[in-house]
Design a protein around this ligand. Structure first.
Ligand code: F6P
Length: 550
């Protein structure tokens, strides 16, 4: 395979050479020789303090990464995004989630349209609706107020809403119940509505395309559930609203377009939680809370747009991710929020990072000769410590980890919060410095156990610290990750805004559905494995019921 333009850049070559110097060095040594490292390798913006000193880097590494950013045109590409150029090349679209949080008085004309005007018109429509639901003046079909809100969507039309609801639950209107249905497995919908009264329930059908099979299947079943309880098909008008870019399909489904909240093709699904896709978020925290969330996003956008790379949080995190992936060879990365309210953040970031940067071709379609997006995963602290951290500490795979914490708890209770937070610092320390054989021997450990207890350390972490979780802080945190993902994609020269890889599975499933619904027909014409699996499934379906499944 020939090397790509990226690998021919002077900074890339210099980083390759530099890696051979870094490889034998331990974080213990880097810290011992540089007492200011922990106060120098930090950056702060919009209430977020980033300590990146426990990465396996030196000042020289950082200089070379900044040089790589310049040689790769990161700044130019960033400016192209902010000005509405069609940087999503494979779909020929602008990428303008940053316009979703621009202040009302600003303006951004793209393809002849001031998108900021459209954004604020949609926000006004959302605010009017949310106020009416929250104060009870939006009545259901039987005249009762809405008590339950069920968001039906998948991918970006689910993960952002559910993550934001959980994250901001503390700020939510507590007499409203929120549920989120995404999986086409009927269990998801069934359990979500099991204890709800239809005449007090509002469904938000969230789908950018309004063509996603899982969402439409759930939406139809939700509509049937409503009809069965209320017995009147006109009830849809008061109990179903849609969030979509596709008015025609919304109307075809039976939702009045007056009850549709729009967004635009320049908002990627995984970048849409601050568009009308955030309707459930606004219902939960109110228009003012949603505005604070948007302000937090916007503040981080401005930071990304204006701060020099050396102090630019998203650029720093993105460049470190490239270093870890391409030079240290780390295939995976962990995100561990030490805040129970952020328990769905890892799932949200999985789509953001992996759907964006899980790509194998460059912008011009040539096959890449270097690795791209790492596998992201995580869990709220401290739960992960008692399940998989063993591998992070002593396994043979190096997992760079982001540890996210807050100085203040929203639910202060005795010593809980300091116990929780101590673990952030302790984990970063343990991962960086480990425990040597000599230290373990000095503790009087039996000789045959010493090797088992050695903690090699030298494992990279970022620590992100903030005062307290708030709507504004959440916005800044998510924008930080969005732009970190952008930075990585810009270096790798890939299209971070398409997702063609999810299409083939969808197409094949659509062909297989009728084959599963039928008894023994039609004759199958797949590969031998798929044929045998479908036959076995059909045979199991035909079997007499052995336990109660209705
Ligand atoms: O299957 C991938 C995907 O296209 C995601 O990118 C998107 O967030 C999700 O499906 C849902 O799409 P929609 O909002 O159009 O239903």
């Amino acid at each position: 395979m020939t090397t790509s333009p990226l690998q021919q850049r002077p900074a890339w070559k210099a980083l390759e050479a530099h890696y051979t110097e870094i490889a034998p060095r331990h974080l213990r040594e880097l810290f011992a020789h540089d007492p200011t490292r922990g106060t120098r390798m930090i950056a702060e913006a919009e209430g977020l303090y980033l300590d990146y000193s426990k990465n396996r880097v030196t000042d020289e590494t950082m200089e070379l990464l900044f040089q790589l950013a310049h040689e790769s045109g990161l700044v130019e590409r960033r400016d192209q995004m902010f000005s509405g150029e069609h940087i999503n090349v494979s779909e020929d679209r602008a990428v303008l989630h940053v316009a979703l949080r621009m202040p009302e008085e600003s303006s951004l004309v793209v393809d002849g349209v001031d998108v900021v005007r459209e954004v604020h018109a949609a926000l006004d429509q959302m605010a009017d609706f949310c106020t009416r639901v929250r104060d009870g003046s939006w009545k259901g079909h039987s005249g009762k107020r809405i008590k339950n809100i069920v968001n039906i969507g998948i991918g970006g039309s689910d993960l952002g809403p559910v993550m934001a609801y959980e994250a901001l639950r503390y700020y939510s209107q507590r007499d409203l119940t929120f549920r989120f249905v995404s999986n086409v497995d009927a269990t998801d919908l069934t359990e979500a509505v099991r204890d709800l009264q239809a005449d007090e329930t509002l469904f938000i059908i969230s789908s950018k395309t309004f063509g996603t099979l899982e969402t439409l299947t759930n939406a139809k079943s939700a509509r049937n559930w409503l009809f069965e309880q209320i017995g009147d098909s006109s009830a849809v008008a008061k109990h179903f609203v849609a969030v979509s870019t596709n008015a025609e399909k919304v109307s075809e489904f039976g939702i009045d377009v007056a009850n549709m909240f729009p967004f635009w093709d320049w908002v990627g699904g995984r970048y849409s939680m601050d568009s009308a896709i955030g309707l459930s978020t606004m219902l939960a925290i109110g228009p003012q809370g949603f505005k604070e969330l948007l302000d937090g996003f916007h503040a981080m956008d401005e930071h990304f747009r204006s701060a020099p790379l050396e102090r630019n949080l998203p650029a720093l995190m993105g460049l470190l991710a490239v270093w870890n992936r391409n030079f240290l060879g780390c295939q995976t990365a962990g995100v561990m929020p030490y805040d129970q309210y952020l328990k769905r953040l890892p799932a949200y970031l999985q789509q953001l990072t992996m759907e964006s940067n899980g790509k194998h071709v460059a912008l011009d379609g040539t096959i890449l000769s270097y690795d791209t997006g790492a596998i992201h995963w995580g869990e709220a602290g401290t739960n992960g410590q008692h399940s998989f951290y063993q591998l992070i500490h002593q396994g043979t795979t190096i997992v760079p980890v982001d540890l996210i914490g807050f100085a203040k708890s929203l639910n202060p209770l005795g010593e809980h919060h300091d116990i929780l937070s101590s673990n952030i610092f302790a984990q970063a320390q343990a991962l960086a410095f480990g425990k040597t054989e000599a230290e373990i021997r000095a503790e009087g450990t039996p000789a045959d156990v010493v090797a088992h207890r050695v903690m090699e350390g030298n494992r990279p972490t970022n620590v992100l610290l903030a005062e307290v979780l708030s709507p504004r802080l959440l916005g800044s945190l998510i924008a930080l990750y969005e732009h970190s993902v952008f930075t990585q994609g810009a270096i790798w020269g890939i299209d971070s805004f398409d997702q063609w890889g999810v299409e083939l599975g969808k197409e094949l499933a659509v062909k297989i559905i009728p084959e599963l619904e039928a008894g023994t027909e039609p004759v199958l014409a797949h590969d031998s494995s798929t044929n045998a699996l479908i036959e076995h499934y059909r045979a199991l379906k035909r079997k007499e019921k052995t336990h109660a499944v209705d």
